[in-house]
Write a protein that binds this ligand. Structure first.
Ligand SMILES: *[C@@H]1O[C@H](CO)[C@@H](O)[C@H](O)[C@H]1NC(C)=O
Ligand SMILES: *[C@@H]1O[C@H](CO)[C@@H](O)[C@H](O)[C@H]1NC(C)=O
Ligand SMILES: *[C@@H]1O[C@H](CO)[C@@H](O)[C@H](O)[C@H]1NC(C)=O
Length: 125
């Protein structure tokens, strides 16, 4: 990783610890959320209860595993929580809690980060 990359990441992590700074990071040209914005949408059809997606797609499950890796070895669960929240807040239809709960076992995995539209991500450890 370049020095610029490290600096941007550090700045974003500082911002991520404060929910009030969300707009600031969204406006940043190199967003720490980019991988989340790429991976997470593949799970949205399932998570909002689209009847054509009663099971999560293969791509969704693969991407959940990528996000788990990022939670353990990358940007961390707090930042992923917060990036997902930026993405889905106020979305219609909203994410269904029952589908969020079903997602990990339907993908034969565990979730190493929370999925929510309204939790306090600064409490995630
Ligand atoms: C589900 O699939 C059917 C058939 O392809 C389509 O007509 C319908 O609009 C889809 N429903 C949603 C919610 O996308
Ligand atoms: C999950 O594991 C079960 C049993 O091993 C298997 O039948 C199923 O296809 C797997 N599902 C996925 C999405 O990998
Ligand atoms: C989120 O939790 C942190 C740590 O407990 C707290 O300081 C902060 O006020 C909370 N933010 C909101 C919006 O509830």
């Amino acid at each position: 990783m370049t020095m610029v990359g490290i600096l941007v990441l550090a700045l974003c992590l500082v911002s991520a610890s404060d929910m009030g700074e969300a707009e600031e990071v969204m406006a940043s040209p190199i967003s720490v959320c980019t991988p989340v914005f790429q991976y997470f949408p593949y799970c949205l059809e399932f998570l909002v209860g689209d009847p054509n997606f009663s099971t999560p797609s293969r791509k969704c499950c693969q991407h959940v595993m990528e996000l788990n890796t990022l939670a353990h070895h990358g940007i961390g669960p707090k930042t992923i929580c917060w990036c997902i929240e930026i993405m889905v807040k106020g979305m219609t239809p909203p994410l269904l809690p029952s589908k969020i709960q079903d997602l990990p076992h339907m993908c034969n995995t565990t979730l190493s980060f929370p999925i929510s539209d309204s939790m306090n991500c600064s409490k995630v450890s």
